[in-house]
Design a binder for this molecule. Structure first.
Ligand code: UT7
Length: 352
């Protein structure tokens, strides 16, 4: 038994935010953002009305319709996000409720692997299907970054990159082993954990940081008070941090490495790839991979100019758009690959 992607769907909020729009909040320019990232605009969800879960629900409904099944046929949910509605419970159960299928009692799991989240999620679904446990798994990547970015000049190196949106696929069992998900490869290196991270709130209590005083913890004899402190707010520690250049340098190495690993595992060649969908981290990263892999323009799909970096949502949004535009045909070899916070990275090859 193999697994295949039977349906795709995506949702992006209506609100378009251009690079020029960001100039009213921070010292930046359209030229800087386009030159360094290729991003022209991104979408921001409507506060108080849209959440990571509601966007995921819209994408999921489309994927379910595209797969030609009913929502009640879904027998497991895998939800990848770094920007969940709640600290806990995860978005998986919220999506089950939003879809109106709590009566099914199906399992729902959240994946916390940031930019690689969707690849990890596909891999989890693939294994459940291959072992015969589930038949129709809903796999979602969704993010609402706009809720918690630093829109001052202090945060410009991070905030201009990220956007909101959701993508979903329905994965199903496939009897023909030459079709569907041929291979998945997952990796991590936790020595870089803080190089792209949102450290607080958390239970770390300064354990991983030599400069733990900035978190402002109360004395040891008073219980609690480490998850959230006033000092965290005062020191702006609730915003994501990224060592951009280090991430960039590692990304271009790992992307190629993990794509080659997938090709070697299936005894396929670079030229066999019909469509590469890299995580939309930065157009310069995608272009670098394309060049070093020797792939022509029609074999690499990018949409970062429209949506920015939507982390776990970027691959499923791009995949659904590529399908919508007729860029993926039956029999094509599709490669998905990602690198990001953790560091984590991964790839999968799918015979469409
Ligand atoms: O999806 C998760 C994985 N993430 C990634 O893959 C992102 C990888 N990294 C990158 O894409 C790039 O490192 C960035 C696009 C984030 C940054 O580009 P960079 O070329 O590495 O710029 P930098 O951070 O080295 O900053 C260069 C200069 C600095 O000014 P000084 O110190 O040279 O005077 C920054 O303060 O650009 C400045 N800068 C900005 N200027 C205008 C940083 N952000 C901005 C901005 N607008 N938004």
């Amino acid at each position: 038994m193999n697994s295949k992607i039977a349906g795709t769907g995506y949702y992006v909020p209506k609100n378009i935010v251009t690079n020029s729009d960001l100039m009213q909040y921070m010292d930046t320019t359209d030229e800087w953002i386009q030159e360094r990232t290729g991003i022209q605009e991104r979408r921001y969800a409507k506060k108080h009305e849209e959440t990571t879960t509601t966007m995921a629900c819209e994408a999921a409904k489309k994927a379910i319709a595209d797969a030609g099944i009913d929502k009640e046929d879904i027998d497991f949910i895998v939800f990848a996000t770094l920007s969940p509605d709640y600290y806990f419970p995860g978005c998986g159960v919220l999506l089950q409720r939003e879809l109106g299928i709590t009566n099914t009692g199906i399992g729902a799991i959240d994946i916390r692997n940031q930019c690689s989240g969707f690849i990890y999620a596909v891999s989890v679904a693939d294994k459940f299907i291959k072992t015969g446990t589930y038949k129709n798994v809903l796999v979602v990547g969704a993010e609402m970054h706009s809720m918690g970015l630093d829109f001052s000049t202090r945060g410009r190196g991070v905030s201009v990159i990220f956007g909101d949106g959701a993508g979903a696929v329905v994965m199903q069992s496939e009897e023909d082993e030459t079709k569907g998900v041929l291979t998945t490869h997952l990796h991590s290196d936790g020595s870089f954990a803080e190089e792209l991270a949102l450290i607080s709130p958390g239970c770390h209590g300064g354990y991983h940081d030599e400069d733990s005083e900035k978190y402002g913890f109360v004395p040891e004899d008073i219980p609690g008070e480490i998850l959230v402190t006033q000092a965290m707010l005062d020191n702006h520690l609730f915003y994501p941090y990224m060592n951009g250049q280090l991430v960039f340098k590692n990304a271009i190495i790992r992307f190629k490495e993990v794509i080659m690993e997938a090709l070697q595992a299936t005894q396929l060649e670079k030229n066999d790839i019909d469509m590469l969908i890299p995580h939309q981290a930065n157009l310069r990263i995608s272009q670098y991979i394309q060049k070093t892999m020797g792939l022509s323009d029609d074999k690499v799909f990018n949409n970062i100019h429209k949506y920015g970096n939507t982390t776990a949502a970027s691959i499923p949004i791009a995949l659904a758009e590529a399908c919508e535009q007729g860029k993926i045909k039956k029999g094509d070899l599709v490669c998905l690959a990602a690198f990001g916070s953790g560091f984590t990275w991964g790839s999968t090859l799918i015979r469409w």
